[in-house]
Write a protein that binds this ligand. Structure first.
Ligand code: ACO
Length: 359
């Protein structure tokens, strides 16, 4: 299959040059002022799964790099992890909830079809005057949410945006399908976006979609096309269906193209990359993309071994891991890239640790 190379994106520099900012002709960059994550306590190992489906610890590790994943308890749902992550990110930023102007939650597993998880987070953190909405772009969702939040800051619409990726994928996994049930996990990550000094914070984004690949990764029932019935439940039509091999090949290629496109927009090259954070779907996909890009292994962040594929939560979880393990230093160039259902993809280039200016 030939994959199109369409994508959109830009950098604050390009937008300023195009005189797109209302009034002034300049735009503000957004930077990460705070970061926090939350995952369920329950750990499910490969050995646990091998007791319920025909698989083995060795197969899962060899094909995916996953050793264990966090799975929500029956009483837990996406907003529980989202709210915990949001509180940690706000504490990290030293920002009261009331200063948040906008909450964006990337998720494909909201607690309910509506209201949005973002409104639950808004209420819980006391963001009394904030707008709030959810955004669905599969595993690319967090990059889309970062891009959206940054535009609100660039335009002057918002000073502080809470951006989250939060999922409880275990609720839409077919636990009898060994080809998918071993891959996914639950959790949430949040960042506080605030204005950054010019040339710092997010330097560029690249976003793309190819709806022609929808059938490679989808959930058939539970929406307006095929609402829930006894038959859809009996046939497990509410669970993830994936053409793994096809997604694998596409994922490697699109990550390379998208990351290079975002770097070009930031007027940087692969040699400038200090830290590469790919969507944590499969260790072999991460390694293959890093190798094709020419990013050295010591610059690649991996935590898929402990969390599995947490969809929109995977990139903030990996960003947090990078920070916790001392792999992010002020001034580092971080390239982060996501891909997933849609098909959709997105990349962001971030100059880490830039001092955040007064909003
Ligand atoms: N245990 C043991 N055997 C298994 C398992 C398992 N858990 N799963 C599949 N197999 C078998 C298959 O049945 C097949 O057997 P066969 O040869 O007898 O038919 C064999 O293993 C090989 O199957 P493949 O699918 O070719 O295995 P592959 O090496 O491609 O690995 C995997 C499968 C891990 C799913 C891989 O294709 C992959 O990671 N794909 C990408 C997944 C991904 O990134 N998804 C992104 C999701 S993003 C979002 O929006 C949710």
């Amino acid at each position: 299959m030939a994959w199109p190379k369409r994508s959109i994106g830009g950098s604050p520099h390009e937008l300023a040059a195009a005189d797109l900012a209302p009034g002034s002709g300049t735009v503000r960059s957004a930077g990460v002022a705070g970061l926090g994550c939350a995952v369920p306590d329950q750990i499910v190992t490969n050995h646990d799964l091998a007791r319920s489906v025909d698989t083995s610890h060795e197969w899962i590790v060899e094909r995916t790099g996953i050793v264990e994943r966090r799975i929500a308890a029956p009483h837990e749902a996406t907003s529980d992890f989202a709210i915990a992550a949001a509180r940690r990110a706000l504490a990290d930023a030293g920002l009261p909830g009331d200063d948040v102007d906008l909450v964006i939650v990337a998720t494909v597993t909201p607690d309910h079809p509506f209201p949005a998880v973002a409104s639950q987070v808004q209420q819980a953190v006391g963001a009394s005057h904030a707008g709030a909405f959810d955004l669905a772009a599969g595993c690319s969702g967090f990059i889309y949410a970062l891009a959206a939040g940054s535009q609100f800051i660039a335009s002057g619409f918002a000073d502080h945006v809470l951006v989250l990726g939060a999922e409880t994928l275990s609720r839409i996994v077919d636990w009898t399908d060994r080809a998918t049930c071993v891959l996914f996990g639950d959790g949430a990550g949040a960042v506080v976006l605030s204005p950054a000094a010019p040339g710092e914070g997010f330097l560029s984004f690249d976003l793309g979609s190819d709806g022609g690949g929808a059938s490679l990764l989808y959930v058939d029932a539970g929406g307006s096309r095929k609402p829930a019935t006894r038959e859809t439940v009996d046939s497990r039509a509410h669970t993830i269906k994936m053409a793994g091999r096809e997604v694998f090949k596409w994922a490697v290629q699109i990550q390379v193209e998208s990351a290079l496109s975002a770097l070009r927009r930031a007027e940087l090259t692969v040699d400038d990359v200090d830290c590469f954070i790919a969507h944590q779907a499969n260790l072999r996909i991460i390694d293959a993309a890093a190798k094709r890009l020419g990013v050295a292994p010591e610059r690649v962040i991996v935590n898929v071994d402990r969390y599995g594929n947490t969809s929109a939560a995977s990139i903030p979880l990996a960003l947090d891991e990078a920070r916790q393990t001392g792999r992010l230093r002020p001034g580092d160039i971080v390239v982060t890239v996501g891909f997933g259902a849609g098909l959709s993809w997105g990349s962001a280039v971030l100059k880490w640790g830039a001092p955040v200016t007064d909003a």
